[in-house]
Ligand binder design. Structure first.
Ligand code: GMT
Length: 380
């Protein structure tokens, strides 16, 4: 197939999933065309069957706000026809689904199918915001195929938008050959000593991640277990986290790594991963940690219970229940047999349920069903 993919090229789960999907499809012989304003950050080197089409946005002085959606739509329409794409797969509804709709109108003669994948905040936060509501609902409804990264986000999309349309759930996935346990990795982390347990959190430090809870949980762990908290990522709440670490007098044991390109070389060093988010449609960072053999303590919210099984490969508690999360973490870190068992279970979950091969095949099958289907799947 010839497949166009549009995503946010910056760090973030939806861009990562889109890029990994594109690379995996290209490796399986499909021709993949990324259309975005920058090279997706995991697309770090030349790969066979992968093309990149940069969207340039005009900066004419009249434009207070550069017209990105229109530039994107124009580029999509151009690539669709020039390369005779079979389908365009857009990740994250806003503004990619409206741009794809517009492109499809412009390039009507090329008869391309559009698939929109809903990643979470495009429905829960952005899409349900009043001013974006109608355009998101309209463009998702007009897509020829719609996928969601968990049952939870499918349910939420139906509740928020009242869509009368089939939504296919295709879980996010991880490359288990790249994200894998590595018993030597501690040697490469100079800030840790062998007798320290390593707790990791990785996110964009937005309020939805509840990073203040990460520090509060670590405070409880630190009081009883010799440990370090390693924080990966950057975002609006980073200053708050720094402040709290100082206030709790644990800042010597909190390590800020900032944004990192190759988290697969850090995650295997962890004993535990924390993701106490307010909501999470899937929790890709948790899955990447699990694939490296790291159990997860997370909130029982959104799609996280579809990824983490309480008591098997991690623990789930209600949002904000810092006390229970801290207690479970301490008990696990102090029980080396249980910790070893949970690390193996986390890896097994990633390999058995979320390995790229399994899920990329589901996308391939879904693409074929959409390409051969007549109409856009609306039952109304
Ligand atoms: O967390 C965000 O707002 C970023 C967003 C993204 O584009 O990366 O993350 C969402 O998509 C990821 C990939 O499907 C999911 O793993 C995250 O759970 C989801 N974030 C939320 O639902 C908060």
């Amino acid at each position: 197939m010839k497949i166009g993919i549009t995503c946010y090229p910056v760090m973030g789960g939806s861009g990562i999933v889109a890029t990994e999907l594109g690379m995996a499809l290209a490796a399986r012989g499909h021709q993949v065309h990324f259309i975005s304003y920058a090279l997706p950050f995991r697309l770090d080197r030349f790969r066979e069957n992968v093309f990149f089409h940069e969207v340039e946005v005009s900066s004419y002085p009249l434009f207070k706000y550069p017209p990105y959606t229109e530039s994107l739509a124009a580029k999509m329409a151009d690539v669709m026809c020039r390369w005779k794409l079979d389908l365009l797969h857009v990740h994250y509804a806003i503004p990619h689904a409206p741009a794809a709709f517009l492109a499809k109108q412009i390039a009507r003669d090329c008869r391309i199918k559009v698939i929109t994948t809903l990643h979470g905040t495009d429905v829960t936060l952005v899409g349900s915001e009043r001013s974006f509501f109608e355009i998101t609902k309209f463009s998702v409804n007009e897509s020829d195929g719609v996928t969601a990264v968990s049952e939870a986000i499918k349910k939420e999309t139906i509740a928020v938008f009242g869509l009368d349309k089939h939504i296919e759930v295709i879980y996010n996935f991880v490359n288990t050959e790249v994200f894998k346990p590595d018993s030597n990795v501690c040697l490469r982390l100079p800030f840790t000593q062998d007798d320290h347990k390593i707790i990791v959190h990785l996110s964009n430090f937005r309020p939805v991640k509840r990073t203040a809870d990460v520090v509060a949980i670590f405070r409880l762990i630190h009081a009883q277990v010799k440990s370090k908290l390693v924080l990966i990522g950057d975002g609006p709440d980073l200053a708050l986290v720094e402040h709290l670490a100082k206030e709790y007098r644990i800042d010597d044991d909190v390590i800020f790594l900032g944004s990192q390109d190759s988290v697969e070389s850090i995650l295997p060093a962890a004993d535990l991963f924390l993701l106490p988010s307010q909501t999470e449609s899937f929790g890709l960072a948790a899955l990447e940690a699990m694939s490296c053999g790291v159990p997860v303590i997370a909130s029982r919210t959104g799609g996280l219970p579809e990824v983490v099984t309480h008591g098997l490969d991690g623990y789930l508690y209600e949002v904000g229940d810092v006390a229970s999360m801290g207690k479970a973490a301490v008990e696990l870190l102090q029980d080396s047999a249980k910790l070893t068992q949970m690390k193996a279970a986390a890896r097994a979950t990633a390999v058995n349920r979320f390995a790229s091969d399994l899920l990329v095949k589901q996308y391939e099958d879904y693409y074929l069903s959409v390409i051969t289907k007549k109409g856009n799947g609306n039952s109304g």
